[in-house]
Design a protein around this ligand. Structure first.
Ligand SMILES: *Cc1c(COP(=O)(O)O)cnc(C)c1O
Length: 399
C-alpha cells in the first residue's frame, strides 16, 4: 500500500514508517525492523507497548461491558475517581476522552467561577508558548501563533503573560482586572520542555496570587502528569495544590481518556445539565486507567522515572554536554528536552533511519518522553544512539 496516497485529511506530515506491533519500549514495522521508542506515543504509553496487565484488563472488561452512558452509575468510573482523588488529594473528577476536552471543562469551570462572582467577561491568564489543545477554546488558550493562524476569530477571554514570570501576573492583579483563573502547565511540553527556574517556588507564588485574588489555579498536567516527572503529578514537586488539574495522555495507556480533577471550591460550581460527555468515563477506559495507576504503584514507576531520567541525561551529557551546539539539556524525570543552537527537525527522520523514535518541538528542542517502564540498559542505549546522532548532526551542520 502506498502510504503517501490515502484518504486522510491532511493534518499530519507523517514519517515514512508504519508499525505492526510493539513490546515494551520497542516497536516493529511490517518488515520486522525494530525501533527504540523514545516518545511512547507522545507520553501516552505509560507502561510501554503490549503490557500484559493492560492487555488482560482490556479483554476482561470488553467481555463484560464497554459502554453504557453516563445516565447510569458506572462502578469503574467511581473506582478510578477514588484512586485519582486519593493520589492527588483533590475531591472529584469529570471524565472525558482527551486533553483538550479536559481543558475545555476547566475553562468552563473558570467561567462559572467568574460569573458567580459577578465578574464581567471573566478571563483566564495563560502563558507564552503554552499548549492546551486544538479545539477553539483550547487553541485560543494555546500560546502558538503558528497553531492559531487561519482560525480567527479566536475565543476571547484569555490574557497572555510570559511563562515563569510572577511579576507579570502580579502586575495584572494590581490593576483593575476581570481575571477568574490562571491556566498553566507546571512544565511546558509542546512549548519545548520548559521548566520554571524554581518549579516549587513558581507554583507556590501562583497559589498565593490566586488565593489573594479569589482566582482558580488550574494546572494542565496532560503531559507532565501521571508519573512522568517522578511524582504522580508535577505539582507534587511543590507544597501547594491546584483548584483544578487536567489529565489525559498517560492515564489510559493508549485507550482515550481525559480527566478534569477539582477541589470542592471548583467542584461545587458544577450541577447536572451543565457539562457532559457521551463516551467520557466508560467502563473500558476507566478500568484501563485504574490498571495503569495500579501497575505504576506496584512496580514503583515513579522512582523509575527519576532513576532512568538521570541515566539518560548523564549519558547524553557525557557524549554531547560540552559541545557548543548544545544550548541546554532540561529534564524532570522522563520529560527530557535537549535544546540545540540550531533548528533540528531533520533529526527526527535521521533518528528514524537509525531505528530511534524521537520528537523535535519548538524547532530546536529534541523531546524524549519514553515509557516509564524503560530499564537501565534501554535508557543507556537510547542516550547513546541519540548522543551519537546529535554529534554527527552538529558536525555536519557546523558552518
Ligand atoms: C497533548 C496536550 C494537550 C491536548 O491533548 P489532546 O488529547 O491532544 O487533546 C493539552 N495540554 C497539554 C499540556 C498537552 O501536552
Amino acid at each position: 500500500m502506498n502510504l503517501l496516497k490515502n484518504n486522510l485529511l491532511n493534518t499530519y506530515k507523517r514519517l515514512p514508517v508504519s508499525f505492526e506491533r510493539g513490546e515494551g519500549v520497542w516497536l516493529f514495522d511490517q518488515f520486522g525492523n525494530k525501533y527504540l521508542d523514545g516518545l511512547s506515543g507522545v507520553a501516552v504509553n505509560t507502561l510501554g507497548h503490549n503490557h500484559p496487565s493492560i492487555v488482560s484488563a482490556i479483554s476482561e472488561q470488553a467481555s463484560k461491558l464497554i459502554h453504557v452512558s453516563n445516565y447510569y452509575h458506572i462502578q469503574e468510573q467511581c473506582l478510578l475517581a477514588k484512586k485519582i482523588t486519593s493520589i492527588s488529594a483533590l475531591s472529584s473528577v469529570f471524565f472525558c476522552n482527551s486533553g483538550c476536552e479536559a481543558n475545555e471543562a476547566a475553562i468552563k469551570i473558570a467561567r462559572l467561577h467568574g460569573n458567580k462572582n459577578h465578574i464581567e467577561a471573566p478571563s483566564i491568564i495563560v502563558m507564552d508558548s503554552a499548549f492546551h489543545g486544538r479545539t477553539m477554546a483550547t487553541l485560543s488558550a494555546t500560546g502558538s501563533r503558528r497553531a492559531q493562524a487561519g482560525f480567527e476569530p479566536l475565543m476571547s477571554g484569555f490574557i497572555r503573560v510570559p511563562y515563569d514570570d510572577i511579576d507579570a501576573i502580579k502586575k495584572i492583579a494590581s490593576q483593575k482586572n476581570n481575571v477568574s483563573a490562571i491556566l498553566v502547565e507546571p512544565i511546558q511540553g509542546e512549548g519545548g520542555i520548559n521548566i520554571p527556574q524554581d518549579l516549587g517556588g513558581y507554583l507556590s507564588s501562583l497559589r498565593e496570587i490566586c488565593d489573594d485574588n479569589n482566582w482558580l489555579l488550574m494546572l494542565d498536567e496532560v503531559q507532565c502528569g501521571i508519573g512522568r516527572t517522578g511524582e504522580w503529578f508535577a505539582f507534587q514537586h511543590s507544597k501547594i495544590k491546584p483548584d483544578v488539574m487536567t489529565l489525559a495522555k498517560g492515564l489510559g495507556s493508549g485507550i482515550p481518556i481525559g480527566a478534569c480533577v477539582v477541589n470542592d471550591k471548583a467542584g461545587n460550581l458544577m450541577q447536572p445539565g451543565k457539562h457532559g460527555s457521551t463516551f467520557g468515563g466508560n467502563p473500558l477506559a476507566c478500568i484501563v486507567g485504574l490498571t495503569t495507576l495500579d501497575v505504576m504503584k506496584k512496580d514503583d514507576l515513579l522512582s523509575n522515572a527519576i532513576l532512568q531520567g538521570d541515566i539518560i541525561v548523564s549519558r547524553l551529557k557525557a557524549i554531547v554536554g560540552e559541545h557548543k551546539g548544545i544550548k541546554s539539556i532540561r529534564y524532570k524525570g522522563l520529560m527530557i528536552g535537549v535544546e540545540l543552537a540550531m533548528p533540528c527537525v531533520d533529526l527526527i527522520e535521521i533518528a528514524l533511519q537509525n531505528k530511534l523514535l524521537i520528537n523535535v518541538t519548538a524547532d530546536n528542542v529534541i523531546r524524549l518522553l519514553p515509557s516509564l517502564i524503560i530499564n537501565e540498559k534501554e535508557s543507556t542505549l537510547l542516550a547513546t544512539r541519540l548522543g551519537d546522532l546529535i554529534l554527527n548532526f552538529l558536525e555536519k551542520n557546523d558552518k
